[in-house]
Design a protein around this ligand. Structure first.
Ligand code: NDP
Ligand code: KPL
Length: 287
């Protein structure tokens, strides 16, 4: 049994905390108070009552810290680390994008495990989450990755190591960058059935592929159509986390999902006009 602290009790943090609490000692480090966790999963309603802390001063060292806030909340989330990190603690950064390690520069890279998660989940109230289907987790191969994978042995989440994490992260980014069409149209995954919107998604993914290849990811041309097909197969009412932030009036992970393609594209001299334009349009539709 491992001692695990999950920073963030949102869609991903709440779901992972509930699954891990079935066989580990789990503490949830939350910004807003909540009583317990109830996750509506495809197979059953999962309930858990982990220890819940709301004050970083009360945190004690654990074996694993799982950072599951949005990327724009990393600086605030880091306030939990001095209390949670002992000499052997590892930090798993479970966030979208391709810069997981860079977001927590205060932790040594060798103690940080970047995590790519595919687990569509939506928070409906504090501690109440709908998990749309069983999920997958990918981490870099090596001792730390293998130890992280072992935490999920008794869950429905298929966790694996990969020898090519760079490609795994960019493949996920290809899905995420195209998900901006949902936030712009305020329509869940079913919007991908609109052929005009699907063409926009393909163009976003093409830009992502060009930049990802320059960063060392092995991304096939067929990924362009695969992203559209994957979205069409998702639950039609599935709301991606960018769309969820937009409708809730929260900040958005625009830099981590589309801006990063523009930034790294500039570094390599690769034009990314569509990711740039749609991120600007979505940001402006707030102001
Ligand atoms: N949702 C999904 O289906 C998927 C999301 N992802 C990625 O996972 C990451 C997390 O997303 P998601 O779970 O959807 O995000 P949510 O917005 O649902 O949850 C984030 C949680 O972090 C909490 N938080 C923010 N700051 C702090 C802090 N300083 N201390 C403690 N808690 C804090 C928020 O608190 P509060 O309750 O006060 O808002 C919220 O509960 C993102 O990078 C996202 O892109 C990846 C795959 C799927
Ligand atoms: C692709 C998807 C929808 C689920 O894994 C996601 O990453 C998100 O909501 O941010």
């Amino acid at each position: 049994m491992a001692r695990i602290a999950v920073i963030g009790a949102g869609a991903i943090g709440g779901t992972l905390a509930a699954w891990l609490a079935q066989s580990h000692d789990v503490t949830v480090c939350a910004r807003s108070p909540l009583a317990d966790l109830e996750i509506e999963t495809p197979g059953r309603t999962l309930r858990a009552a982990p220890r819940i802390l709301t004050d970083p001063a009360t945190a004690a060292p654990v074996d694993w810290v799982l950072a599951t806030t949005k990327t724009y909340d990393c600086a605030a989330a880091a306030a939990w680390l001095p209390g949670l990190m002992g000499p052997d603690t590892r930090l798993a950064v479970i966030q979208n994008g391709v810069e997981q390690r860079e977001r927590f520069p205060m932790v040594a890279p060798e103690r940080t495990v970047p995590v790519i998660i595919d687990l569509p989940a939506e928070r409906t109230a504090p501690g109440r989450i709908v998990q749309r289907r069983d999920g997958t987790i990918l981490v870099p191969e090596g001792a730390a990755g293998a130890a992280f994978v072992a935490l999920f042995a008794d869950t429905v989440i298929a966790a694996e190591t990969t020898p090519d994490f760079v490609t795994a992260a960019w493949r996920k980014l290809a899905i995420n960058c195209s998900g901006i069409v949902s936030a712009i149209t305020r329509r869940p995954a079913e919007v991908a059935n609109d052929e005009g919107v699907a063409e926009v998604m393909r163009a976003l993914v093409r830009e992502c592929i060009h930049v990802g290849r320059a960063e060392g990811a092995a991304l096939p041309d067929k990924l362009v159509d695969q992203v559209v097909e994957w979205t069409r197969k998702a639950h039609p009412d599935s709301v991606n986390s960018l769309h969820a932030d937009f409708v809730a009036g929260r900040p958005m992970e625009l830099d981590a999902r589309n801006g990063v393609i523009v930034r790294l594209g500039e570094k390599h001299g690769i034009p990314t006009p569509l990711n740039q334009a749609l991120a600007a349009v979505l940001a402006a539709s707030r102001s």
